[in-house]
Design a protein. Sequence first.
Length: 301
Amino acid sequence: MADPAPKSSASAPNPIAIFDRHALRRHRARAVALDGDAGFLFHEGAERLLDRLSDIKRPFTRALDLDSRDLLIAERLRATGIETTVAGENGPLTVDLEALPFAPASFDLVTSSLAFHWINDLPGALLQLRHILKPDGLLLINLFAGETLEALRVALLEAESEVENGASPRISPFADPRDLAGLLQRAGFALPVVDSDRITVDYPDAWKLMRDLRAMGETNATALRHRHFTRRATMLRAAEIYRARFGDEQGRIPAEFEIATLTAWAPHETQPRALRPGSAATRLANALGTEEHPAGDKATP
């Protein structure tokens, strides 16, 4: 997400790619070795996804949990007797989320918590997910979206512009929740629903926020990021801007995380469908107790 530290790479970034997936793997591996409780957001994301799943009253037999950053989902699914495969970049079964190796119609439930915001080709990934689901199988995933870390984005952009007379990508681009339902439809899903929640976390300063992002493995992995050391003056100025613009009277700063949840089903003939235009058995005017007028006509006073 954010980039408080220098990054390096042996090769130039792919101009088509939004994210450097190799850098992301390095950040994840580094985060495993760091101490602290920065993983609380991943646990919260998993809990919220499980709450949504508990509202769906139908049995599942074979589930795939893709790269969820907290093992809670897989543990709960297995505890209910669902055969569960755990896979991902750093999971027990290592797979590339952008090239899933599973056969069509392999699972009747696919879950993922806070991983898919790092996908370069999200429409293509959703299409793959639809193919590996059985007919009437459920997709239930969440991801960071929308205005996540917007205050940090503003502070870093202004600071770098002031100190270095230019700016580079410092915060990942996040999908707009309003666009995600359309992506689900394009991928061939039925009954898509997208909603979002916002979690605001208070920090003593921007330094603590950026240390937490590092410990989460969520630092900057954009393909077009600068590959040199960030000037200390830039980071000091960013912390000042953050506190002045967004801090409270005690100097604490808020960090907002927007989590979009995607719920959709692989198509099946038993699912409800919208009626064809003009096929309604009862006219709206009759239901409302009013008189119907053709388009362009005016009601008589």
